[in-house]
Design a protein around this ligand. Structure first.
Ligand code: 5GP
Length: 177
């Protein structure tokens, strides 16, 4: 089973996936990106960090099942991330990549994570972004929400424990069906 998590930036997808992995056996698909590594990130665990030239080389080798330019950087999922894994595979991808994957493969399950605008603005401020950036991200969030119908489930992230339990319920139901 392949589950694609998506939703506006700042809704808490990574935290949710990290908590889910503690509760259920899951394989987290590791993407390639050209963006700078953050201080708390680990190469090969959070992402494979590559240069733009390396990323373009991988595109030409048809290495990716999907890739997108998001902001100023490229993000892509290697085909190898979805092969021969013995557990449920989870992906964290932005909405364009997610809808492409979901529309091309009816077996993929899409979960759109959302939060209230007020909370999203608070989180973006906490990440140190200025007002112009936040306005752009809010406009993008509304555009992303307009594609919600491409997803199988919509989960509002009000508090992390409830969200994780709601997703575990979804996974259990999927496993039983
Ligand atoms: P961040 O830079 O905050 O880690 O990620 C920015 C956005 O890129 C997030 O919305 C995340 O879901 C998305 N992203 C991460 N990996 C991939 C990928 O392989 N493909 C696509 N299309 N988006 C990705």
């Amino acid at each position: 089973m392949i589950i694609i998590f998506s939703g506006p930036s700042g809704v808490g997808k990574s935290t949710i996936i990290n908590e889910l992995i503690k509760e259920h056996e899951l394989y987290f698909s590791i993407s390639h990106t050209t963006r700078e590594k953050r201080h708390n990130e680990i190469e090969g665990q959070d992402y494979f960090f590559v240069t733009t030239d390396q990323f373009k080389e991988l595109i030409s080798e048809e290495f990716f099942i999907e890739y997108e330019k998001y902001g100023t950087d490229y993000y892509g999922t290697g085909k190898n991330q979805l092969e021969n894994k013995n557990s449920i595979i989870v992906l964290d991808v932005e909405v364009n990549g997610a809808t492409k994957l979901l529309n091309n493969n009816k077996h993929f399950v899409g979960i759109f994570i959302d939060i209230e605008n007020k909370e999203l603005i608070k989180r973006l401020k906490e990440r140190g972004h200025d007002e112009i950036f936040i306005d752009k991200r809010m406009a993008l969030a509304n555009e992303q929400r307009s594609r919600i119908n491409d997803f199988d489930y919509i989960v509002k992230n009000v508090d992390i424990n409830t969200t994780v339990n709601n997703i575990l319920d979804i996974i259990c139901n999927l496993e039983e069906s």
